[in-house]
Design a protein around this ligand. Structure first.
Ligand code: CP3
Length: 365
């Protein structure tokens, strides 16, 4: 296995100037001083970009995730277009689950669909542990991207056990997560076995990405907000902690994100995050009080605000940059992913505005 010099520098905690580990994004994650508030957008690669839709015209979603040349091109598109402070690998949270042997597809307009939803201990046993060779296309895509991106950091990611389990148990997207919760409350042993297996797959998947050179990782527990804090702590946190604490010595910041998680922000930090993602429902100063001053925050513009007139966008961006000052580190982002109908020009303007507003304030001291 080759050793990536950038990754080594990051692990030594002595980043070379101009290396991704010294970028405003990674510095903000580490709660170090930054020249401006760094900004990237969840789902920046894809959806709203015409150049993305063109590339994907005749290629299925899972297939595109398995082609390193396409992954690299799609990942780079928003970096070129918007000048964001970080790239995020183009992939999907179900990619490692498919590599682990689960028969699934990503259906356009619906999302992940699992042909045989998990019901029994045998179903759990069939989810195999994975290694680099099972996801060689991800390893290759990350290496291509790290070489291409230069000083711009690349964020790797994975789905957290609860959110992955919800797709596997429901068989597809769900509003209520009723089958998932029924299994969780009714068969706790099976639930914990499933989440333990998913944590193992997720940890391996993130390690492959880190070995290949990503500068940070984000664990998406998008649907964890469906749970009370007590249930989150009992049924979910230990498994997400397996993943996050398993990466504690990997030398890259760990971001932990979910939607509707106002009541869970403290617990999601405790699961082992360096940065906690916050949706638009909780102002960042309030979120910081819940999370504590030993972790950075990421967020939290409502993605629908990007559909409003520019004066509204501008007011909201300024408010969020200001409230983010309460945190020991702030990475500007949306509260959830970019909506497909978003005008990409607005995203570009938001990047410029975040940089301008945060840099000017830095000069004033
Ligand atoms: O929407 C697009 O950007 C086009 C490509 C695409 C992705 N996933 C990229 C992706 C498509 C069609 C999917 C399928 C899918 N998978 C959906 C959307 C269904 C639809 O048609 O709208 C969903 C909800 C999933 C499951 C999933 N994937 C979740 C819950 C997450 C975590 C982030 C979130 O939105 O809550 C993902 C991650 C994901 N899917 C990423 C990308 C590029 C990575 C994260 C990122 O870029 O922020």
């Amino acid at each position: 296995m080759t050793t990536d010099t950038t990754g080594t520098a990051a692990r030594d905690g002595d980043p070379r100037p101009g290396a991704p580990a010294d970028s405003p994004f990674v510095r903000a994650c580490r709660r170090e001083p930054v020249p401006h508030t760094p900004v990237w957008f969840m789902r920046q690669a894809g959806r709203s970009l015409p150049e993305y839709r063109e590339i994907r015209a005749n290629v299925g979603m899972l297939e595109s995730c398995r082609r390193p040349d396409l992954v690299a091109e799609i990942t780079l598109q928003p970096v070129r277009r918007h000048g964001v402070d970080a790239a995020i690998l183009f992939s999907d949270i179900v990619v490692p689950v498919a590599a682990a042997g689960v028969d699934l597809d990503i259906v356009a307009g619906t999302g992940p669909v699992v042909s045989e939803p998990v019901r029994t201990a045998e179903d759990v046993e069939r989810i195999r542990p994975i290694g680099r060779d099972d996801v060689a296309y991800v390893d290759e895509a990350v290496r291509l991207l790290v070489a291409e991106l230069g000083a711009t950091p690349l964020i790797g990611f994975a789905g957290a056990p609860f959110t992955l389990a919800s797709y596997l148990v429901e068989g597809g997207p769900s509003r209520t997560h009723a089958k998932t919760k029924a299994l969780m409350y009714g068969q706790p042993e099976l639930w914990h076995a499933l989440c333990a297996r998913l944590a193992e797959v997720t940890l391996s998947f993130l390690r492959v990405q880190i070995e290949a050179g990503v500068s940070a990782v984000q664990l998406f527990d998008s649907w964890a907000g469906a749970l009370s804090e007590a249930d989150y702590r009992r049924y979910v946190l230990p498994h997400s902690a397996t993943v996050l604490s398993g990466l504690a010595d990997a030398g890259v910041p760990r971001i932990h994100f979910g939607v509707g998680t106002a009541e869970l922000l403290g617990a999601m930090g405790e699961a082992g995050a360096d940065v906690v993602g916050v949706d638009w429902r909780t102002p960042l100063d309030v979120a910081t009080r819940r999370i504590g001053l030993h972790r950075a925050v990421q967020g939290n513009l409502d993605p629908t605000v990007l559909l409003a007139p520019w004066s509204v966008v501008e007011t909201e961006v300024r408010r969020i940059v200001e409230q983010g000052r309460a945190a020991p580190g702030h990475v500007f982002n949306l509260g959830h992913g970019v909506l497909p109908e978003t005008d990409p020009e607005v995203l570009t303007r938001v990047v410029a505005l975040v940089h301008e507003v945060s840099a000017r304030r830095a000069e004033q001291g």
